[in-house]
Design a binder for this molecule. Sequence first.
Ligand code: SF4
Length: 399
Amino acid sequence: MVERVIEKVRAGERIDAAEALELYRDAPTPVLGQLAEAIRQRKHPDGVVTYIIDRNVNYTNICVAKCNFCAFYREVGSTEGYVLGFDELFRKIDETIAVGGVQLLLQGGHNPDLPLTWYEDLFRAVKQRYPEFKLHALSPPEVVHLSRLSQLPVPTIIDRLIAAGLDSIPGGGAEILVDRVRTLLHCYGKATSDEWLDVMRHAHRKGLRTTATMMYGTVETDEERLEHLLRLRALQDETGGFTAFITWSYQPDHTELAGTEATGIDYLRTLAIARIVLDNFDNLQASWVTQGGKVGQLSLAFGANDMGSVMIEENVVRAAGAAYCMDEAEIVRNIEDAGFVAKRRNMHYEILGDPVFRERDVPRMLELATARADGDTSVPAELRLYPARSQAGKAARLP
Ligand code: SF4
């Protein structure tokens, strides 16, 4: 009986897989929302909803993983493939700092022609120029890719990246942490469920905080969505290293997998069940980039307490058809119109202050910036200093 599970959640008790499934399938949407909202209120009684000003930069779109749900990657040797130069990245950081930004969310494809030393040199160069600026970089599959490429164990890769300046790890590439699903999505090879969790386990043990994500709405069952959440909950019990959970729906445009996008109601129900199951996570983000500002705002009544990142740049879900965009003023308006107080935060969810645009003039960023201008195929000068592995990469680096 779903009423029994509802009472259990109201009493603040933890629910198991069978109970979560019953709730997810049978509870009316307003009831799920009320349960999630009560948890948000208990965890965040001050009525504050946070957001971060950072920039989502994709340093390369060249990827050997070839996940079938991804519209962003290009194959090795593609004329549309790119690697950003250090100078381009510095310019993006300058622009981010100009609008009050505090970090880069730096992720990219599994490029066989970028050795570990390229990442180390980049991180060191960033930290030398911008000592206070944070690097929230390299999702677990990218760490696994570097481990395979350099034939070094994951803990060594993490140690070296931390020594070079890595501050925290984003929870991308989790999709659904069930290997049956990962096989069907062609992303089993990039990192298995256990490998994804293991990178996070090692990172947490070394004192790094990370986020966790879930991309739903492809081929998974309800049970598998919940198994994903329960695996995250178990690791959080073990390490306590996750700062936040973010879920978004699969964006089907221009992908090999194709299909249709999940509905807004499916999103709100999934967010609410995540808020209920993930009782040991403090923060849940609203995914307005895929859902739009209005569903993003509604998320605040379904368990979310954070509006994520001001969108200065986004390339990945945009390639798959989602193109919602909000700058700081828009995010703050959505938060305040929903009856909350808007505060800026860092990756550790420490409050940094009130909205920047109320303190000083900042440029409004209503146009999505992309990684590179269309047609720019230039090879950054410093790339020639690093050995390439692929034939195409070697040829591109010849003088
Ligand atoms: S989702 Fe990431 S790993 Fe998979 S193909 Fe796209 S860029 Fe590569």
